[in-house]
Each structure stands twice: as structure tokens, then as C-alpha cells.
Design a protein around this ligand. Structure first.
Ligand code: ZN
Length: 406
């Protein structure tokens, strides 16, 4: 029945995902069918050096039992095999140049090779991809060159590939920018930056003496599918979080045979969730887009996000608790964000988790620019501020008066 200290974040970012039938023929080039995942700033995906990564289901035969089973392998091809090219300015009308519009179906199909590769692949295709599974219509819809690349990367034969979930990514590594090294330029800061600081804080806490004295459970939960609304079996909208609290509580309670609903309810009442996701720093060239008293600055601290229409889960009590944790931690500046009344507001896993579990929640984040671009930017100092606040949560939450109802 003891409480849980939970940091919730999401792992996904908008990107291009390979379609179930990846093969694209007829253009004279080898192309890859892709689907736009999430709300990306898609124009930023043009003219990038794109690699491919994800997971592959592989058929293997157990040498002892001769039974076939399926293994999941992670794959990351960092060589820039794919590219979505812009149309030359000379071929655009003045109107098209000004509009900077992207048709997500027609304009974003990456090229992965030239016709020579295509012809060679077609000649080899039949005997190579078929094998024992030549009735596999899924496999016939795949680009053979892609299947061969995956197979060689994993050290398997193409006929062993049963399915895959692949996405494109920018192969350019992250860099430190600005005159004084103040900025971190990188893909996927939303939301891997907060996954990183949360994990750092948890690892740090497990090494400290405080953890032995702590009667609360500290955990972080990293969800997929936030960018598309969190409604999936592994998203924040699933029963996973509530089940985790319930099952951990009953596993640790004295009467482990009976799942006592009172134990679960008591744990929920004493628990707290930090929903940590990146925040919007005020953009100097678009400052009119911000409410002028709530414009977070880069490298000026962690942002508490508030929205009275509950697009963020923060309330009067949960925001207070964060300011207390910041005060008790290592010099953690706090900034406040609300969106302008005449502007739509983003949302996070915060309201979903708190509604699903009944656990009080606050929405926080480190400020950044270019959210949902292929290349985002945040402040280096804010990584430290974020990590320090997460550490203060695990270390000091038990000391904060947590008895006022939300
Ligand atoms: Zn996010």
C-alpha cells in the first residue's frame, strides 16, 4: 500500500516508417514505400542522409527439436541508404516556392538506388526470396534489395525474414552548438532527452544510500505511441501503468495470495507521477506566438506546463510539489508555460496516465526549439536542470507534504 514515485515519458518521435508492402516500382529508381508516423515537420526530412533501423522477425529452426520459432532482432543501418530529395527551385512556380507544401504520399517516397540495382534485383528475386516460403505474399511485396541488406546485416538468409517494423532516421550525429557550447542539436530530443535524464536519475538513485531507507517504489515508465495519441496496447492509454502499480503492490504486500483492492487504492492515493516531455522555449523570431508572461527560455530551467482545460495534468497542488522539489534539489530553476488563448495547445501522456490510474500528475519538460523537426535543439544546461529535478524527485519527494488532495 505504499506509494510510487513514477516518471513517465515517451520514446517515439515523428518519422518515416516503411509500409507493409515496401516495394515501389515504375519510377526507374528503387524506392521505398513509407508512411508518415506522427505529426512531423515533414519539410525538414528532405535532403537528409537517411539510415534505416527497427526490428525484424526472423524464422529460426531449433537444432535440437527441429521446431521453428520466431526471434526478434534489432537492426540499425547507419549508412545513409535513403534520401528524400527536394525539387529544384527552377522547377517550382513562385506560388509553390512560397507555400513550401508537402504532399505526404507523393513527395516523401525515398530513393534507395538506381535502375541498375533494380534490374539486378529483379533477376535474382525469384530464387532468392522464395525458398520454403514462396507462397508468402508479404515477401513478394518487399523490395528485394532491402531484404538482402537486412539479411546480410543480421547474418541470416532472406527466406528467414518473417516480418519487420522499420523506420528511417537522420544519420547525422548530435552536435554541441552555439558560441559557448550552449546548445545540443539532435534528432528526437522530444522525447529521448527526458528519457535520458530520467534514466540517469533512477540509476543514480539506486546507487545512493537513500534508496535503502525509502519505503516508496521509484520507477520510470517509457511509452511508445504518444505522438499518435497513446491509444495502443503499449501506449500510455493502455492498462499497463495501473496494472504495474497493482501487481507490484500485491507482490510486495504480506498477504500475497489475495490481491487486496485496499492495498492498490492506498498505493494510488500516495503516489505521484511526473509526466516529463519536452517544452516549447520562446522562439526569438516568433515571440508573438507565446503568451508573453509565460515564455520559457533555453538554459533557464525546467518548465511546468499548465492548461486549465487539462491538456496538461498539472494542478495547483502538483505544481507546488514540483517547486518544493526544485527548492530542495541542486539549484534547479523553474519556468512556467501556458499557451496563448488564441492558439491550440499540445498534450502529453500526463492527462491520460492520471485519468487511467487516479494518480496525481504534473506535466514538466525541458525547453527546446524546432519540436517535431528532423533536427531539434535544446540547451545543455537544461539537461543538468532536468536531471537534477528528477534526482530531487526520487530523493526528496517523501519529505514534501503530500497530503492535500488534488
Ligand atoms: Zn513529446
Amino acid at each position: 500500500g505504499n506509494g510510487f514515485k513514477i516518471i513517465g515519458c515517451h520514446t517515439d518521435s515523428p518519422h518515416l516508417k516503411v509500409k507493409p508492402m515496401s516495394k515501389r516500382e515504375g519510377s526507374g529508381y528503387v524506392q521505398l514505400g513509407v508512411e508518415c508516423y506522427g505529426g512531423g515537420l515533414w519539410h525538414t526530412w528532405f535532403d537528409r542522409d537517411l539510415g534505416i533501423s527497427g526490428r525484424v522477425l526472423v524464422r529460426v529452426v531449433d537444432p535440437e527439436t527441429q521446431q521453428e520459432k520466431i526471434e526478434q532482432h534489432l537492426i540499425r543501418i547507419s549508412k545513409p541508404i535513403a534520401r528524400v530529395s527536394t525539387l529544384a527551385i527552377h522547377l517550382e512556380t513562385a506560388e509553390e516556392r512560397g507555400a513550401f507544401k508537402v504532399n505526404k504520399e507523393n513527395h516523401m517516397t525515398p530513393v534507395i538506388g538506381t535502375k541498375t540495382l533494380l534490374e539486378a534485383a529483379a533477376a535474382k528475386q525469384l530464387n532468392e526470396i522464395g525458398g520454403d516460403y514462396d507462397d508468402d505474399s508479404w515477401k513478394k511485396g518487399q523490395e528485394p534489395a532491402l531484404l538482402r541488406l537486412i539479411a546480410s546485416e543480421l547474418g541470416i538468409e532472406t527466406k528467414q525474414i518473417a516480418n519487420f517494423e522499420l523506420g528511417l532516421f537522420d544519420t547525422q550525429p548530435a552536435s554541441v552548438g552555439g558560441m559557448k557550447d550552449e546548445f545540443l542539436n539532435s534528432a528526437r530530443l522530444d522525447n529521448l532527452a527526458t528519457v535520458f535524464v530520467s534514466l540517469e536519475a533512477l540509476v543514480d538513485y539506486t546507487k545512493s544510500d537513500d534508496v535503502a531507507e525509502d519505503d516508496m517504489i521509484s520507477l520510470i515508465a517509457c511509452f511508445d505511441h504518444e505522438e499518435i495519441g497513446s491509444n495502443s496496447a503499449q501506449g500510455a492509454g493502455s492498462p499497463v501503468m495501473a496494472e504495474a502499480v497493482s501487481r507490484i503492490s500485491s507482490a510486495l504486500s504480506e498477504n500475497t495470495n489475495a490481491r487486496d483492492p485496499e492495498v492498490h487504492s492506498s498505493a494510488v492515493r500516495q503516489s505521484f507521477i511526473l509526466s516529463v516531455d519536452q517544452a516549447h522555449a520562446i522562439h526569438p523570431n516568433y515571440s508573438h506566438k507565446h503568451e508573453k508572461n509565460h515564455g520559457p527560455q533555453i538554459n533557464a530551467g525546467v518548465v511546468i506546463k499548465t492548461n486549465q482545460n487539462q491538456r496538461y495534468a498539472t494542478n495547483c497542488v502538483t505544481a507546488f510539489i514540483i517547486r518544493e522539489l526544485a527548492r530542495k534539489g541542486e539549484k534547479i530553476p523553474i519556468q512556467e508555460f501556458v499557451v496563448r488563448n488564441d492558439c491550440p495547445c499540445g498534450t502529453t501522456i500526463g492527462p491520460i496516465l492520471s485519468a487511467n490510474t487516479g494518480i496525481r500528475t504534473v506535466d514538466l519538460g525541458m525547453p527546446q526549439w524546432s519540436m517535431h523537426s528532423c533536427r531539434e535543439v535544446m540547451g545543455i544546461a537544461d539537461l543538468t536542470h532536468g536531471a537534477n529535478l528528477m534526482k530531487s524527485f526520487f530523493k526528496h519527494f517523501n519529505e514534501v507534504d503530500n497530503t492535500v488532495e488534488g
